[in-house]
Design a protein around this ligand. Structure first.
Ligand SMILES: [Zn+2]
Length: 46
């Protein structure tokens, strides 16, 4: 399981909502959370 860093939910790693940032993969529960992450990945990846 991965953590959706936007809303704090646990997400499966086969989630279609996924971003790559600085060589790491981030998974999200929804398109909205992915969009939020993509706006400012640096802030959310810490
Ligand atoms: Zn989410």
């Amino acid at each position: 399981m991965a953590l959706d860093v936007i809303c704090g939910m646990k997400v499966k790693e086969d989630s279609p909502h996924k971003s790559e940032f600085q060589g790491k993969s981030f998974y999200f529960c929804s398109h909205d959370c992915k969009t939020e992450f993509d706006k400012n990945p640096l802030k959310h990846s810490r």
